[in-house]
Design a binder for this molecule. Structure first.
Ligand SMILES: [Zn+2]
Length: 476
């Protein structure tokens, strides 16, 4: 009896108030804390191996929640000496608290509540030691050629969806955790003589300063070196710049990488839709594997000895590593469509960028160089491979922390993602599947997509429920 009265009461409150709970906006594309603009002045010092400066972040509260604190991420705080200090809003100092378990999470107490639709500018100073390591953040010196990979090391607003902060832990080598909407950047980088800066966004050089301007970027990333050589070519109306360290015996290798970059860029922009940035920079640097950013790709030199790197033309022929480097570049360029333009949560649904990029590399780019006979052989190989691994049931839509070692993150997310898309293509047919991918890209570019969004588009094109068993095989 009591419960019935309570239920009637709840129902009448819902009817009167419009049931606020049910109407809560949970769409992360309209309901989020927006970093509209990042402005930074950065000093780079190669003798001390540091970056320091001041950052100003313009933030608009696009949620329905009144906020009295913000989370800023200093992702590299757990791996190097890095301090963010002197936090201010409108010139007034504000209190901060660094998380005890994860030093990369800084809670900032606002001196005045941030109400929905209101904007504030928060500033902070930063100073970070760059470690000597061949990684997305770190530097390497090779025969007096210095190269600094600077990403994940600049002040970043954490993601907030109106209810919770997505403070995913920083992942060093394999995997990413930064979820962000697109932002605009105006950044000045001051360097010592003879150093040049390649960045997400467009670079303008004046003396020892490089001004970077970029619209709709997921993050800021820089590569700084005293020894860059470069080659450029226009592909489908966009300038592709390839930067590398010139060892004199690398011309053939460098030209082949530029060609692969232009070929894959043309292929993907024709297939999915227009590229969203103004230019694309590909940089060969010292790091494991490779890493994608908005309008920028960091690509690791092949796993080769010093002499091999100095003589890439010759060693490419001896070791045969040019084709794998071309494919790697194609994979990273595909991320411009699936990661940069169509965003996703790379920590909780990594297959949405890695599986798609792997499909672009393994199927679309690979087929580019094959004749009809070669494509038939490739299809037989894929079908046989899919049969062989079918017993493993490669669930693709789990988060980074949900895969155990025996699951193998890369086998599921990369290979499984690619096979899932391949099987969908087989059942829907080449042309229909291209339409699906075009619609998915054009619906979610400039936004963040989830697995359910992709599946909804698939179902729209699948009138006979042909895809059901394939979806059940890969999606949990
Ligand atoms: Zn990737």
């Amino acid at each position: 009896m009591k419960n019935i009265i309570a239920l009637i009461l709840v129902l009448s409150i819902c009817l009167l108030s419009g049931c606020a709970e049910k109407q809560k906006n949970t769409d992360i594309n309209t309901n989020y804390l927006s970093a509209d603009k990042y402005e930074m002045e950065i000093d780079f010092d190669n003798s001390k191996h540091t970056i320091s400066g001041t950052a100003y972040i313009t933030i608009t509260n696009k949620t329905n929640t009144v906020l009295d604190e913000l989370h800023i991420r200093n992702y590299t705080a757990n791996i190097t000496n890095s301090k963010f200090t002197n936090f201010k809003i409108s010139g007034k100092k504000i209190k901060t608290h660094t998380d005890e378990k994860d030093k990369s999470i800084i809670s900032v107490s606002l001196n005045k509540k941030l109400r929905p639709d209101k904007t504030i500018i928060i500033s902070m100073d930063f100073k970070t030691k760059i470690p000597k390591r061949q990684d997305k953040f770190g530097y390497a010196v090779f025969k007096e050629k210095e190269i600094y990979n600077l990403s994940t090391c600049f002040p970043t607003l954490s993601f907030f969806d109106g209810e919770k902060w997505y403070d995913h832990p920083y992942i060093e080598n394999f995997g990413e955790s930064n979820l962000s909407h697109l932002s605009n950047y105006i950044v000045t980088v001051n360097t010592p003589d003879n150093f040049s800066v390649v960045a997400t966004g467009d670079e303008t050089v004046k003396g020892n300063s490089t001004k970077i301007t970029g619209e709709n970027l997921r993050e800021l990333a820089l590569v700084i070196s005293n020894s860059f050589s470069s080659l450029s070519k226009v592909s489908n109306g966009t300038k592709i710049n390839y930067y590398y360290l010139n060892f004199e015996n690398n011309d053939e290798f460098s030209n082949a990488i530029l060609e692969a970059s232009c070929d894959s860029f043309e292929l993907f922009s024709d297939y999915f839709g227009d590229y969203i940035h103004s230019e694309l920079d590909i940089v060969h640097t010292f790091m494991e594997s490779a890493m994608e950013y908005s309008g920028l790709v960091m690509c690791g030199y092949p796993d080769a000895s010093d002499d091999d790197v100095k003589n890439l033309d010759k060693s490419s022929k001896e070791h045969g590593f040019l084709p794998s480097q071309q494919s790697r570049v194609a994979h990273e360029i595909a991320h411009q469509w699936f990661y940069s333009a169509v965003g996703n949560n790379p920590y909780l649904e990594p297959w949405l960028d890695e599986g798609f990029a792997e499909y672009c590399e393994d199927v679309l780019y690979h087929n580019l160089s094959l004749d009809t006979d070669g494509q038939k052989k490739f299809d037989l190989f894929m079908k046989d491979y899919i049969k062989q691994v079918a017993k493993d049931r490669l669930i693709v839509n789990k988060g980074y922390p949900d895969y155990t070692e025996s699951d193998s993150y890369s086998k599921h997310v990369y290979d499984g993602g690619s096979m899932f898309l391949y099987e969908l293509k087989e059942v829907l047919g080449e042309e229909e599947f291209e339409r699906v991918l075009k619609e998915y890209y054009n619906t979610y570019k400039y936004k963040i997509a989830k697995t359910v969004n992709f599946l909804k588009i698939i179902k729209k094109y699948d009138t006979d429920n042909k895809t059901d068993s394939i979806i059940k095989k890969y999606i949990e």
